[in-house]
Ligand binder design. Structure first.
Ligand code: UT7
Length: 344
């Protein structure tokens, strides 16, 4: 390695997840509730998606409110004071405002006055992208800790007249605190991220950006709501998540059998089952909560991670795989050695 490309002293430090937190609004919307809104059935939703209920935030609640509560819980778990947070990344496709970014709003709500704040938009892959972003800031020596949050108020961009999409999504938030690893700790091992911008049209909100600013016409045409070509997205999701998982596992020098837990993006139980099967991973190793939260987009992995850590499934020393896919298209996988709590 030439001196110019050699890492400077103290750089390329590993990062560990030092705390987790999550939050979901109280109001539960069941499949039966949806039957009263659109032409659907509990049987269709359960058999096609595995979803039974989801949480829906009230009109006075914004994404930053969900994010801030998850953040407070993650900070408490990590034993880090809000005032000591150096960096906040919020992954979301349902920001409070087009700008400023939602991380700035969260900063103010939780009192993280020292932090710099950025938003990250990678749809359902947002949490994996955001953790990988923060990990690289830590690796480079730019910060020693970061608060990473995936948070969504998906109900704010759903077309409640479109049964093909409105039954699929829910609101929630998941957060982690990353810290520079102590000697001997391993934490995040590898990641594999990818995108295909040629397939934007398959999953998007058509209006409200600079291409099609809001007008009376865009509102009347319901173009501010999420649109998805479900069948197409399904195929791409399975293929790319499997490939990303295999790449991240190989980069870590591991085999699929070495992975203790896979936390997939919770888009559809059939997608999760297909990924596990193609990877050759037993279903018992999948952390699944799609039945209770639906698809919470960028929040889903953080939410599922927090549940699995707090109920004692994920234990110190175990290998955990995150894998996600979303609009863009974007996808990503990450392999971690869990560094906290009781030994596995
Ligand atoms: O998080 C980002 C990534 N997102 C995803 O990964 C989602 C990927 N896609 C999927 O999960 C699935 O494609 C869906 C769950 C969205 C749909 O399942 P599908 O098996 O692909 O169903 P489909 O879209 O092909 O629809 C089958 C039928 C259609 O009727 P016809 O044309 O066969 O008569 C739909 O009109 O089901 C109908 N349908 C419904 N029926 C009752 C669609 N939505 C509903 C509904 N209730 N809610």
């Amino acid at each position: 390695m030439s001196p110019a490309s050699a890492p400077r002293a103290g750089a390329l430090r590993p990062a560990v997840i030092a705390g987790t937190g999550s939050f979901a609004p109280e109001r539960v919307m069941t499949n039966q509730d949806l039957q009263a809104i659109v032409d659907t059935t509990d049987e269709w939703i359960v058999s096609r998606t595995g979803m039974k209920e989801r949480r829906i935030a009230g009109p006075g609640t914004a994404t930053s409110d969900l994010a801030s509560e998850a953040a407070r819980r993650a900070l408490a778990d990590a034993g880090l004071a809000a005032g000591d947070v150096e960096m906040i990344v919020v992954a979301t496709i349902t920001p409070d405002y087009p700008f400023p970014n939602t991380a700035c709003v969260v900063q103010d709500k939780i009192g993280a006055t020292k932090a710099f704040c950025m938003g990250l938009e990678a749809a359902c892959s947002g949490f994996v992208y955001a953790v990988e972003t923060a990990r690289n800031f830590i690796a480079a020596g730019a910060v020693t800790n970061a608060l990473v949050i995936g948070a969504e108020k998906m109900s704010s961009i759903l077309d409640w007249q479109d049964r093909a999409t409105c039954v699929l999504f829910g609101d929630g938030a998941g957060a982690v605190v990353l810290k520079a690893a102590a000697p001997g700790e391993r934490g995040i091992l590898t990641a594999s991220l990818g995108s295909d911008g040629s397939l934007t049209d398959l999953l998007l909100v058509p209006a409200g950006g600079s291409r099609k600013p809001a007008t009376g016409g865009t509102v009347a045409a319901r173009e501010h709501f999420l649109r998805m070509s479900g069948k197409e997205v399904f195929k791409h999701a399975v293929t790319n998540m499997v490939r990303a998982a295999q790449t991240a596992i190989a980069r870590a020098g591991l085999q699929v059998a070495d992975i203790d837990w896979i936390i997939p993006h919770q888009a559809n139980l059939r997608i999760i089952s297909a990924i596990a099967e193609r990877l050759g991973m037993p279903a018992e190793k999948c952390i699944v909560n799609v039945q209770t939260y639906g698809n919470t987009s960028g929040a889903s992995i953080g939410l599922a991670l927090d549940e699995a850590v707090r109920d004692g499934r994920i234990r110190k020393g175990q290998k955990v795989l995150f894998v996600a896919f979303g609009g863009g298209f974007t996808w990503g996988a990450m392999v971690l050695e869990w560094a906290k709590g009781a030994e596995g």
